[in-house]
Write a protein that binds this ligand. Structure first.
Ligand SMILES: Nc1ncnc2c1ncn2[C@@H]1O[C@H](COP(=O)(O)OP(=O)(O)OP(=O)(O)O)[C@@H](O)[C@H]1O
Ligand SMILES: [Mg+2]
Length: 472
């Protein structure tokens, strides 16, 4: 049984709804205007509101806006008798659960009510998990045998000063393991320096890591300690070490063997006490055979190794991880956790997950962006998993029409700001579409577009897109 509030100025409609829903076993309240509806919600928040759009007094839209202030997560179904769906779209942008056109089909309406109630029930269940979730961010999860083995290894090596090499495919959690080792180490109060060997250009990597003396190269006006020196006493995590240039490999080897380093352009050796952790997803043996990785460094690194299993080798963990990401990401996006449908669950254990845990987390995030409240299905997952491997920009089906338009604008505005104008035009369409897809939810739209929420807001203002205060 649920509590449902009907807001409509048509008394006949109110009565038939009341009868119908009571038969279904619900508790029904009615209000004959937007104002009365708002007052009813202020008094006690129902599980669901079904409200007409056009009423005398304040409109359904305005009433909805006011209700949201009291009950941001309440499900609302908007009814509209008017052919144009504009207002209904606005209502959904503001976060209405759905809208339905009058006259409606009763079974369809009942199905919609059922769905909306499910959503509101789950949204209540999940609000409590938010804090639990944020504290467990960045924790290694998974209770499969393979992961148990990983935890044991971490426990065994953490409190030693041993050099540890962490191996595993991309997205299997190597960085998390490095952080776990650090957290449980004797150096946990000292800094952890993470150096991604591929993110820093080769030409800068050496001076970044080892520092330089004044005059070492043009522009070196003063001496500077490198990042390793700055991390003295702490831990240095060399991520993607398999991709490190050979000359730097030599310097790292020396650091490992002699616990000393030399700044660029400097003659003297500087003693440095750091613990080194390293990770790679490369086949180091092959890299050695190909002459891309120093054999002596390889042997030095290959003493204590933690190997991370592929996600598809530990099906037991897939649900645990998926549920964790569902909780965490839905809380982050301020939406309720829709859960997984049966075929959605089946998909999780049958998919190969070539991108491992990262791919799983991305897939869940994308599925949530598009989700409308019902449990995530196989279809929804296949679509977003497809998205992640498909790096294509927009299809070129309508390139010609696009080009013709561009040509016209450029010709007309030759010598002016044609480029900016066209970019704004495209930007406006893209942002508008993202808001449309996400029902006007800016947090989700920003995720969808891969930009921060403030950036999105700035764009919305810039393009003069109509905005709505959106609470959930
Ligand atoms: N066991 C796990 N429990 C919870 N989250 C995990 C786990 N393994 C990986 N993740 C998450 O998956 C993502 C990828 O993990 P991480 O960056 O550690 O992978 P990686 O092995 O370093 O990948 P790459 O080789 O691509 O750098 C991160 O968001 C991480 O939090
Ligand atoms: Mg990594």
């Amino acid at each position: 049984m649920a509590e449902i509030l009907i807001v409509d100025d048509d008394s006949q409609l109110r009565q038939s709804f009341e009868k119908l829903l009571k038969q279904e076993g619900h508790l029904v309240r009615v209000a004959s205007s937007g104002e009365a509806g708002v007052a009813a919600v202020n008094e006690s928040v129902p599980d669901l509101v079904i409200m007409d759009m056009r009423m005398s007094g304040i409109t359904g839209l305005e009433a909805f806006r006011q209700m949201r202030e009291t009950a941001p997560r309440m499900s609302v179904i908007i009814m509209t008798a008017y052919g144009t769906t504009e207002t209904a779209i606005e209502a959904t942008k503001m976060g209405a659960y759905d809208y339905i056109l009058k006259p409606f089909d009763i079974p369809e309406m009942l199905a919609l009510i059922h769905q909306a109630l499910e959503t509101s029930r789950r949204s209540k269940e999940h609000t409590a998990t938010r804090e639990q979730v944020s504290s467990s961010t960045n924790q290694l999860l998974g209770s499969s045998r393979a992961m148990q083995k990983v935890y044991k290894s971490i426990g065994r090596v953490a409190a030693t000063d041993a050099l540890v090499l962490i191996r595993g495919e991309s997205g299997t959690g190597k960085e998390l393991v490095a952080q776990a080792i650090y957290k449980h180490s004797l150096r946990q109060e000292k800094p952890l320096l993470i150096i991604n060997c591929v993110a820093i250009p080769d030409t800068l990597l050496e001076s970044e890591l080892f520092g330089y003396e004044k005059g070492a190269f043009t522009g070196a006006n003063r001496s500077r300690a490198g990042r390793i020196e700055q991390a003295a006493g702490g831990t240095v995590f060399l991520d993607e070490i398999g991709d490190m240039p050979l000359n730097i490999q030599a310097k790292i080897l020396r650091l490992l063997q002699e616990k000393q380093l030399e700044r660029l352009g400097g003659g003297s050796s500087i003693p440095v006490d750091v613990r080194i952790l390293a990770a790679t997803n490369r086949d180091l043996e092959k890299a050695v055979a190909d002459g891309e990785f120093r054999e002596d460094l390889y042997y030095r690194l290959n003493v204590v190794t933690i190997r991370l299993p592929k996600l598809c080798e530990r099906n037991d963990d897939v649900f645990e991880l998926a549920n964790h990401f569902l909780d965490r990401l839905s809380a982050e996006m301020e939406m309720h956790n829709p859960g997984l449908s049966e075929d959605g669950k089946e998909f999780l254990v049958t998919h190969e997950w070539p991108g491992n845990v990262r791919e799983l987390s991305n897939a869940i995030q994308k599925a949530l962006i598009f989700n409308r409240g019902a449990p995530i299905t196989r279809d929804e997952l296949t679509q977003v998993v497809g998205l992640s491997s498909d790096r294509h920009a927009p299809s070129d089906v309508s390139d010609d029409a696009f080009k013709a338009e561009i040509r016209q604008v450029l010709t007309k505005h030759a010598g002016e700001n044609g480029f900016e104008m066209l970019m704004d035009y495209a930007g406006r369409l893209v942002v508008g579409e993202a808001l449309e897809i996400t029902g006007g939810n800016r947090t989700r739209a920003a995720k969808l577009l891969g930009m921060s929420r403030p950036t999105l807001s700035a764009r919305i203002d810039k393009y003069g897109l109509r905005t709505h205060i959106k609470v959930n």
